[in-house]
Design a protein around this ligand. Structure first.
Ligand SMILES: *Cc1c(COP(=O)(O)O)cnc(C)c1O
Length: 229
């Protein structure tokens, strides 16, 4: 894994360079791949230098934690695009709809219904990615691959959602490439353009297999001391 500098802005530049180089090897334009800087567990003082340097795309995995730091940061730095990358409970749909710009973890009909209601009430409509549990891990969120097409179709038909992308978190103990390839395949057959895949340990592989968004935390922000995964 990348060794990290105390300065997140330096780390972001290194990750960007490696990402672009990996993409180029696969004949892809790496500059077009979005880096979602995962800022979970880190406070505003650690995030602000990245905002000041011009970075705008960030990811958080918990609604409550994001609510405690992002309203002020968003007010101070216009143009932030905040992604929810963690599981979303239906009773937090309203808060999520109010704060996030992209929800990457849509994964079940009950949540789709709750979000549709929240969007109508708030008049605010975050962009949506569907999370796929490519490894079919029981403890992990996401639609299992065999149910993905039907769920995407239901989101489109019943709720008139535009599904912008798919997201996956491969099993920690398996090579990620087959999972990234599976995500790309499900996206292609459903006419979905964006793929959120790749984290600190495997974003270069993801870049080669079609990622449009990589979610990178530790390699930019530094190792997390808190047990929050
Ligand atoms: C924490 C997290 C990441 C970032 O992981 P790192 O290994 O720190 O890069 C990416 N995606 C999700 C869903 C996460 O929860």
């Amino acid at each position: 894994m990348t060794e990290t500098d105390p300065d997140p802005v330096t780390n972001l530049a290194k990750v960007r360079a490696r990402l672009n180089a990996a993409a180029a090897e696969a004949g892809r334009a790496g500059e077009r791949i979005n880096i979602v800087v995962v800022s979970k567990t880190y406070g505003p003082d650690r995030i602000a230098p990245l905002l000041a340097a011009g970075h705008r795309i960030f990811g958080e995995n918990r609604v409550q934690e994001a609510q405690s730091k992002w309203p002020a940061l968003k007010a101070a730095y216009p143009g932030v695009e905040l992604h929810l990358i963690g599981p979303l409970q239906t009773n937090k749909a309203k808060e999520a709809a109010a704060l996030f710009d992209v929800i990457e973890s849509l994964d079940r009909p009950k949540l789709a219904r709750a979000l549709a209601g929240a969007f109508d009430k708030q008049g605010r409509r975050p962009r949506l990615f569907v999370q796929i549990n490519t490894g079919e891990e029981p403890q992990k969120a996401g639609v299992v691959p065999r149910e993905a097409d039907a769920f995407i179709a239901e989101c489109r038909k019943t709720y008139e959602f535009e599904i912008e992308g798919l997201m996956c978190i491969p099993p920690a103990d398996e090579p990620p490439a087959p999972h990234f390839a599976l995500l790309a395949k499900i996206a292609a057959r459903n006419g979905i353009e964006n793929l959120s895949m790749g984290m600190s340990g495997d974003y270069e592989i993801a870049a080669q297999l079609g990622a449009t968004h990589v979610r990178v935390g530790a390699a930019i922000m530094g190792a997390r001391s808190s047990p929050i995964a």
